[in-house]
Design a protein around this ligand. Sequence first.
Ligand code: CP
Length: 310
Amino acid sequence: MKHLLATDGLDPAVATAVLDTADELKHTLLGREVKKLPTLRGRTVITLFYENSTRTRVSFEIAGKWMSADVINVSASSSSVNKGESLRDTALTLAAAGADCVIVRHPASGAAQRLAGWLAEPGTSVVNAGDGTHEHPTQALLDAATLRERLGSLKDRRIAIVGDVLHSRVARSNIHLLAALGAEVVLVAPPTLLPYGVESLPVTVSHDLDAELPAVDAVMMLRVQAERMHGGFFPSAREYSIAYGLSERRLKLLPDHAVVLHPGPMLRGMEIASAVADSPASAITEQVRNGVHVRMAVLYHLLASEGAAA
Ligand code: CP
């Protein structure tokens, strides 16, 4: 694997290999006081973030450090991007300075793909850490890792993805990865928050959350992306919460084995009730924990495995 830009088109065998590596790393490190492995000693990983992040940036930094890579964090707000430097010049500068891998988050859909094109010549790997409303592939991989842990195989499991699908790169990456791994995906959202062309995706669509919950193995709540709703939010926050929020009443509609996911950051009380987020059904903290192992596995497959740079 040379880059990780999207789950759309990602070979299921490659995705499974990354998930298996993450699982192995998690078990190798379990209970160890010192987490460091020597695997990426001498390699340089740079995170380049043009949008805010807590989970993705921090877990990539921890992942790199636990594998002994040198990790450097660049945020647009404190770099020469603020003086008007372009994404291309910034990326070429990081590659010239010695980056083996650039992990990029950017508000423009397609930015990671462009970066991979510009960095083909220096041979620097690129990971998409979220590009506009397009994709967030490591989030989908860590969600799949969490679901595999709780449910076993994803084959024929029914997963509901609920809420602001229109603006969600997490939803898009999950739709493609979950379908590739054999799961059935149902999108549950108001018509105004579904993407154009939804009928071409490997999903079914519902507008009735109460009707769907009794038949799912997992429910993935989405963040409402107010920062991408330039024309306002319809339905209103209150209407959204009533129709699509995961309340304590709705938690009781789920089968006993069902798992509740949320990529974070959560709007408690609107997208998900606090009591649900903190309930035994919730795997939200496990998602964050698995994010470190999945990102370690991604770095391993990009920079250290036999198939790296292939
Ligand atoms: N899920 C996710 O991408 O979270 P951050 O924005 O905090 O990285």
